[in-house]
Ligand binder design. Structure first.
Ligand code: PGA
Length: 253
């Protein structure tokens, strides 16, 4: 039985005091009973993670980074290591988000290295995959996503793959207000599970958590979250407003 995961990707939003208010509100509004049934994660900007973990200690709400470097430490100005994320109490890290691929030129090979470094440091990687509008229109979206899954997960052991979360995020649906239909999303989730089963045992593929991301909000979350192969959401815009995010969390039960 796959437990649902609702994850908020705050991207480059919220100052320290705005983060503080939002996190306090989430802590107040998400009930312990709900947290027994659904995993909840927030990924604020790096500078707010330490305070986030202080506020959320023992709350049952997890935190994660939005990116990580693939080296342990060293002369990489502006970068953050997996060990640093772990040291402030994070359990997760988003890796290979389409905005990282698009604006910071992250390749599947780099993403693969980042996943391995996160796992070495006991962080759960959330691997993001998804096609652009041009790729969907050219009807190569299935091939593109299969290639992303295959290359990004290359060389992982059975034990490591069991810890991974995958997020299917069609680039054309991110921040556009244009959600994939539940059928479109579920079809891709089934194909991603198949890609995983080409690399690992069926039982592993059946148990892997696959999130949908791309304009999920509290109006469309329920219908998406109850499709056979959608195990949660990676939410951008709607995770910045406490009530919206909490409504999405509640809709996962
Ligand atoms: P969105 O972003 O919900 O604002 O579309 C999702 C994401 O990029 O993770």
């Amino acid at each position: 039985m796959r437990k649902k995961l609702i994850a908020g990707n705050w991207k480059m939003n919220k100052t320290f005091s705005e983060s503080y208010d939002l996190i306090l509100n989430l802590k107040k509004l998400i009930s312990p009973e709900v947290l027994n049934k659904v995993d909840v994660l927030i990924c604020p900007p790096f500078v707010n993670l330490n305070a986030a973990n202080d506020i959320l200690e023992n709350s049952g709400i997890s935190t994660g980074g939005q990116n990580v470097h693939y080296k342990d430490e060293g002369a990489f100005t502006g970068e953050i290591s997996a060990k640093m994320l772990k040291s402030v109490g994070c359990n997760y890290v988003i890796i290979g988000h389409s905005e990282r691929r698009q604006y910071f030129f992250e390749t599947n090979d780099i993403i693969n290295l980042k996943i391995k470094k996160a796992l070495e440091n006991e962080l759960i990687p959330i691997l993001c995959v998804g096609e652009t509008l041009e790729q969907r229109e050219a009807n190569i979206h299935i091939k593109i996503v299969d290639e992303q899954v295959t290359l990004c997960l290359k060389g992982l052991s059975d034990e490591e793959i069991r810890k991974i979360v995958i997020a299917y995020e069609p680039v054309w649906a991110i921040g556009t207000g244009k959600t994939a239909s539940r059928e479109q999303a579920n079809e891709m989730h089934i194909l991603i599970r198949k890609s995983v089963s080409n690399l690992f045992a069926n039982e592993i593929a059946n148990n892997i958590i696959i999130l949908y991301g791309g304009s999920m909000n509290d109006k469309n979350s329920k219908e998406l979250l109850f499709m056979s192969d959608i195990d949660g959401g990676l939410i951008g815009g709607a995770s910045l407003i406490a009530e919206s995010f909490v409504n999405i969390v509640n809709s996962a039960i």
